[in-house]
Write a new protein. Structure first.
Lengths: 202, 202
């Protein structure tokens, strides 16, 4: 059985649960601390399994481990409609997943963690404004694309959409507003309508 | 002819120049502003070509555009030894490229930009310490992996190595030290020994 090292509040872990549900894939889940110092269940025993030491990590049925949400999405989407075959379309999936990891998640997830998850975080006003500005720019890039397209790559949901969905859907738990982003709100609704969709707290 | 929207000092653009040189691929280059407000040559005309509006961006021979260094590397490495065929190995390439975009580049590139490129940036002491700490953790993850492996995926150079190379090679232009990282220094030397290697200022 596939084992997902998981956390119920982690948007990055939720991406994997969402794909597994859309694919109807069975798996076991083990919840680890959402952020990690190097002690406890994110410590040496876990780091011996995965060089990267982050969640989500999966243990495949053959015992090998894979970390990083984008890599796990890629592995399990291969051969399914959630990862296109065409060379250019596949590179476009990498493009949007890179954008998500570099411009979107760092700002939206950090702001959400501070406002909604970990009240002991005390970021500076400068740090909060930096997240708000950069995260809003990322949302604007998405709105611009979605104003002309139903999904990020091609004409159906791919792992590019699944990667971008969680922290966009939860944006308003941080210092962001979806009200001025109608194309993004329509895309969120299309995602929620997919057969097999689950919410983060399902 | 392939056109690369480029900047001589950008580590992300250098990844593409390095792969193109390793592959012996001919291309034209057009230098744009390295960081972008929305004016000048990073403005609306450029953003009409690429939703994401960042460099590197390439214009393919058929006129289509692709942004994000990881996506461009993926597209041009497909079918070459720089992107393995095996499903798990390909997911491992995505894993290290995600790590690079999420944990490595944001800290190492930002710190380098402040110390070596743009003297008008005045980040707070808290911001600098945050880059230094998180960037050092990323370098430690690499050192741990490279202590047991010659390259990041499999036994030869892939685009995972090419993605991680530039900002590691330039780490000491920011607040990082490579002295305590012997496996990383040996890997940098292996990268510099590849036939077709070019430096960032070649």
């Amino acid at each position: 059985m596939i084992l997902l090292y998981d956390h119920p509040l982690s948007g990055n872990c939720y991406k994997i649960r969402l794909l597994f549900s859309l694919l109807g894939l069975e798996y076991e889940s083990k919840s680890l601390a959402v952020t990690g110092d190097r002690d406890g269940d994110r410590g040496e025993a876990f780091r011996a399994k995965t060089a990267i030491g982050k969640i989500p990590t999966v243990r495949l049925q053959d015992g090998r481990h894979l970390s990083e949400s984008g890599a796990i999405l890629w592995y399990f989407a291969e051969g399914t409609p959630y990862l296109p075959d065409d060379r250019f379309a596949r590179a476009q999936v990498v493009q949007w997943m890179s954008f998500e990891q570099n411009n979107h998640e760092p700002n939206l997830a950090a702001a959400r963690q501070w406002m909604s998850i970990d009240p002991d975080l005390h970021p500076s006003a400068e740090q909060i404004e930096s997240w708000r500005l950069a995260g809003s720019r990322a949302l604007d890039v998405m709105e611009r694309h979605l104003s002309a397209h139903d999904f990020f790559v091609g004409d159906r949901c791919s792992i590019a959409d699944i990667a971008l969905y969680p922290h966009t859907e939860m944006a308003e738990t941080g210092p962001f507003e979806l009200g001025p982003l109608p194309a993004t709100r329509a895309w969120l609704q299309r995602m929620r309508s997919l057969p097999g969709y689950v919410s983060i707290d399902a």
